[in-house]
Design a protein around this ligand. Structure first.
Ligand code: C2E
Ligand code: CA
Ligand code: CA
Ligand code: CA
Length: 278
């Protein structure tokens, strides 16, 4: 960002437009972000479309940089992926999200909801993801059935064979698997039969497509997936009309600012206690 004088906080500049020296600085900042407690997780509600009740939360990472403020995950996740420490961030997300989940379960008396956690390609390749997940669940004392792992088709496409092995293991452990950002990229339907996904998250680009063919496309994606017994989540729903239409088409859940933004752990606990009074 351009210096605008004074001591104003500079707006975050996307890493791809940064000078190399700035990017290297940011990279080394990110390496230390975990131990400096600058990383945290926030949770966005995933809501049932038929009765608007919360069914789960997606865990999303936040980085509060001491000088730059909130750096968007679209930037720092990419940075971490390119510089080989995404596995550490991934493990942080897994550990934090399962430990938060475990606390919520203890404090609410085991009420039914799930937490969905994003997984990057490097986690599938470099680490023993299935073992990590098993260990982290044990540590937190959470049943595998309470978590969902979200992977984009790019993650799967990057390592088709390795993905197959790891996803089968995860499926055996009993965690649920979601194909994220469906409809944003190539969306080869083959992924749905060759890998043990049980959930499809329809990307906000498809949900908010301006074309008059949108409804036809949504309806066929939803009925196809539903017929295969899959769970559907629509991302980025902006209007009540769309929520109602998607619900009528058979889409189970919605996740968007319309239903609620990502929130901190205390706010999650408050919501859960209101929804499931002891
Ligand atoms: P994603 O997995 O597709 O997550 C959904 C993103 O959409 C989140 O952005 C969320 O805040 C945003 N969103 C929610 N509702 C709406 C809406 O109504 N409209 C619009 N336009 N956006 C909405 P966020 O938190 O900035 O994360 C961006 C991406 O960064 C995520 O996209 C995911 O790919 C990645 N990411 C975030 N946290 C993690 C993580 O812990 N691990 C990994 N590997 N990736 C992460
Ligand atoms: Ca996601
Ligand atoms: Ca998504
Ligand atoms: Ca995305």
């Amino acid at each position: 960002a351009k210096k605008s004088g004074g001591n104003r906080v500079e707006p975050f500049q996307p890493a791809f437009r940064m000078a190399v020296s700035d990017r290297l600085q940011l990279e080394s900042d990110l390496r230390r972000a975990i131990e400096r407690r600058e990383l945290s997780m926030v949770y966005q509600p995933i809501v049932r479309l038929d009765d608007a009740e919360i069914a789960g939360f997606e865990a999303l990472m936040r980085w509060d940089h001491p000088k730059r403020g909130n750096v968007p995950p679209s930037e720092f996740i990419q940075l971490a992926e390119n510089s080989n420490f995404i596995s550490e961030l991934g493990l942080f997300a897994l550990e934090r999200a399962t430990s938060d989940l475990s606390n919520w379960l203890i404090q609410t008396g085991d009420i039914p909801f799930f937490v969905s956690i994003n997984v990057s390609s490097a986690q599938l390749v470099n680490s023993n993801l299935a073992d990590d997940v098993r260990r982290v669940l044990n540590q937190a004392g959470c049943p595998a059935s309470r978590i969902k792992l979200e992977l984009t088709e790019t993650v799967v496409m990057d390592n088709p064979e390795q993905s197959r092995l790891v996803l089968d293991k995860l499926h055996d452990i009993g965690v649920s698997l979601a194909l994220d950002d469906f409809g944003a990229g190539y969306s080869s339907l083959g992924y749905l039969t060759r890998y043990p996904f049980d959930t499809i998250k329809i990307d906000k680009m498809l949900v908010n497509d301006q074309s008059d063919k949108r409804d036809v496309l949504l309806r066929s994606v939803i009925s196809m997936a539903a017929e295969m017994g899959m769970t559907l989540v629509a991302e980025g729903i902006e209007t009540e009309d769309d929520a109602e239409m998607l619900g009528q088409m058979g889409c189970h859940y919605g996740q968007s600012y319309h239903f609620g933004p990502p929130i901190g752990t205390d706010a999650v606990l408050k919501i859960l206690k209101e929804r499931f009074p002891l």
